[in-house]
Design a protein around this ligand. Structure first.
Ligand SMILES: [Mg+2]
Length: 197
């Protein structure tokens, strides 16, 4: 089977990272909620979307090492790799931030995958040629189609609902939202994925 996997918020867990980085920069008060959504809301309510964009650039760039792999994610991918499944990382990620220091996001994510055992080590699930960083959402969807994925795992429902999402590809939504969605498999932790495949 060819299994496609998103990167940000599917493999890499940024829980608390937006809060920690923004607090350290003194861009938010301590009382702001710790989730990404709450940090984003603070900037939107303060009418400072530009700072939010800049913060994303910092988190996905030079502070990416603060992100952690989701529990059991590496183990599940290693098992699939050992069983002979083909694994492809397919991410929507611009190469450089819109605002701020021009850190190469593709390079930063590749290094993160290396240092967390997803590429380069013995039994690692990906080789560098399996990484597909796409500048736009449309390119990402076309890539899922072109690589003939039988199944795709993503934290965003908007990917699965998009008209370019290939009809033959099975949808696995990975996030913490509690309501069940029609037409896709919804899981909240990586250890539940092997059971649905
Ligand atoms: Mg994502």
């Amino acid at each position: 089977m060819i299994i496609g996997i998103d990167f940000d918020n599917t493999i890499a867990d940024y829980t608390g990272v937006f809060y920690d980085v923004a607090l350290k920069l003194d861009w938010i008060p301590e009382s702001t909620g710790r989730s990404k959504t709450e940090v984003k809301s603070y900037f939107i309510i303060s009418d400072n979307e530009r700072k939010w964009t800049e913060l994303q650039g910092i988190v996905y760039g030079k502070e990416i090492d603060q992100a952690r792999p989701y529990t059991d994610c590496l183990q599940v991918l290693e098992q699939w790799h050992a069983k002979g499944h083909t694994l492809k990382l397919i991410s929507h990620k611009t190469r450089y931030p819109i605002i701020g220091e021009p850190v190469d996001f593709h390079h930063a994510a590749t290094n993160w995958l290396k240092s967390n055992g997803f590429i380069g080590s013995n039994g690692a699930p990906f080789s560098e040629s399996d990484l597909n960083f796409n500048e736009t959402k449309e390119e990402k969807l076309l890539c899922i189609d072109k690589l003939n994925c039988d199944l795709f795992i993503d934290d965003l429902e908007s990917i699965f609902n998009h008209k370019l999402f290939p009809a033959r590809c099975r949808k696995v939504l990975f996030n913490n939202n509690s309501n069940n969605k029609e037409g896709l498999t919804h899981i909240t932790k990586w250890s539940d994925i092997p059971e649905v495949i």
